[in-house]
Design a protein around this ligand. Structure first.
Ligand code: GDP
Length: 458
């Protein structure tokens, strides 16, 4: 008999409803114990997978909350076990009281990711699909959500499975040749193996080639907006967000802290970090912002420098310019709607910058061009971000790299007609490396580590 686990599955806070979830062989009995129907009567027969209205009552028969409850019999459930979900009123108190009652009634508190882990252990999901669940929960952009959903539906598992099938038939072929030496290990065996190994190599390389895109999809292009005070940084952020999230004011230095926002530009996720700007300041609060700004500049994928061409090019502008050189950067010459007598001077100073756009953020001039530049900087050609399989997970990337190393070693050995049993080892290793992506071959401690990343109740 498995443990019966319980947890609050919705985010804790003020909300319309909150869901407490339970899974395990005892869950239906516990659910029946703590529930009475609309007529205040205990239920004898559950209605499988139907919502039932009633109340949760404690050991003394006191009503804890008015709820809807769903009893779900395994194996056609998320975990493949019997499950119960209780839809309580939102907020902290109700869900917590219901959870505590379930724990007193025999369930134990679920660990992080345990529902999904059980689903994996019971074969409901493979490991890459289970990991996709957490990516879905964490997705911050439409595209990364879509990729994770594709992974959940098995797109990555299928591709990896196909490659493993090729490896397995290679291993089988090698074994036959070893076991029946009288058949002779002829040229054909080596030639055939080489062709298959090359196929495996190129398939793995194709998957690995998507990992950069995967990182961008997962984390967004980290973008920092730089410029001295009042050049239009906040206005730019707002123009991109098309909503007034940052404070836009005329007083220099009011964007005190760092604001992070996610936006999609034609499917390319940007994580925009609006900083307090770079300048020397005595103001402590602002200085914290400036220090953090410098740190985010270091690790940014893209820097957008904003200059105000209605004013002189100053020392401050010069400092900012230095930060843009030799980086992926785009310069905006802003406020071209005002007198732009200084423009030529700016252009002279900005000689080393490739991407320069004249903008009037206020009049919405140049924003589209900025988006075009971003796309061209990060994607040559028109890559369809949504259709291909994209490797977004660092663990998957590492396993692919290991497998690639093994298949390359096999290719080298085959070329030199090394004895087959040596080649077989590399092939088997590659097969196992890939097996760790789907979780077909994986150690318990790695499993624990993966599921620790989850939230409780998932
Ligand atoms: P920040 O300090 O760099 O964030 O600058 P803000 O975005 O707060 O803008 C400072 C001032 O410049 C605000 O009054 C904006 O309305 C104004 N501003 C921003 N962009 C333009 C522009 O393209 N043209 C004009 N004329 N004013 C602008």
């Amino acid at each position: 008999m498995s443990d019966t686990i319980a947890a609050i599955s919705t985010a804790v806070g003020e909300a319309g409803i909150g869901i407490v979830r339970m899974s395990g062989s005892d869950s239906i009995n516990i659910g029946k114990d703590v529930f009475v129907g609309f007529d205040d009567k205990k239920i004898i027969e559950i209605q499988n997978k139907k919502l039932t209205y009633g109340h949760i009552i404690d050991e003394d028969g006191k009503k804890i909350d008015e709820v809807l409850i769903a009893f779900m019999e395994g194996p056609y459930t998320y975990t493949r076990e019997d499950m119960v979900e209780i839809y309580c009123h939102g907020g902290i108190i109700s869900v917590r009281k219901v959870l505590e009652l379930l724990l007193r009634s025999g369930a134990r508190l679920a660990e992080r990711g345990e529902f999904t882990k059980i689903a994996f252990l019971n074969g409901r999901l493979d490991l890459s699909q289970a990991e996709a669940v957490i990516d879905i929960i964490r997705a911050k952009t439409d595209t990364s959500f879509q990729v994770s959903l594709d992974h959940l539906e098995g797109s990555l598992s299928k591709e990896v499975g196909d490659i493993r099938d090729i490896l397995l038939s290679m291993v089988a072929e090698v074994e036959v040749s070893i076991d029946f030496p009288e058949e002779g290990v002829d040229e054909l065996t080596y030639e055939g193996l080489q062709a298959d190994a090359k196929t495996v190599e190129s398939k793995i390389e194709a998957l690995l080639a998507t990992t950069n895109r995967g990182k961008i999809l997962r984390d967004g292009i980290e973008t920092v907006i730089l410029g001295k005070p009042n050049v239009g940084k906040s206005s730019l952020l707002n123009a991109i967000l098309r909503e007034n999230r940052a404070i836009v004011t005329d007083i220099p230095g009011t964007t005190r802290d760092i604001i992070e926002e996610y936006v999609n530009i034609d499917g390319i996720p940007l994580k925009i970090i609006d900083t307090a700007g770079i300048r020397d300041t005595e103001d402590l609060v602002e200085k914290i912002g400036v220090d953090r700004a410098k740190a985010s500049i270091e690790k940014a994928d893209l820097i957008i420098g904003v200059f105000d061409v209605s004013r002189e090019f100053t020392e401050e502008d010069k400092k900012i310019l230095e930060l843009l050189k030799n980086r992926k950067s785009i310069v905006l010459l802003n406020k071209i709607d005002l007198k732009t007598g200084q423009k030529d001077e700016f252009l002279k100073e900005l000689e080393e910058i490739d991407h320069i756009i004249e903008t009037s953020i206020i009049e919405n001039i140049g924003i589209e061009s900025l988006e075009e530049h971003i796309k061209s900087l990060f994607y040559e050609g028109d890559i369809n971000m949504e259709s291909d399989i994209v490797v977004t997970n660092v663990r998957h990337k590492l396993q692919l790299e290991k497998a690639l190393k093994n298949i390359k070693s096999a290719i080298g050995d085959i070329q030199m007609n090394v004895p087959l049993d040596c080649i077989e080892i590399d092939l088997r290793n590659a097969w196992e490396d890939l097996g760790e992506i789907s979780g077909d071959a994986i150690a318990e401690d790695i499993l624990d580590k993966i599921f620790k990343d989850f939230c409780i109740g998932k």
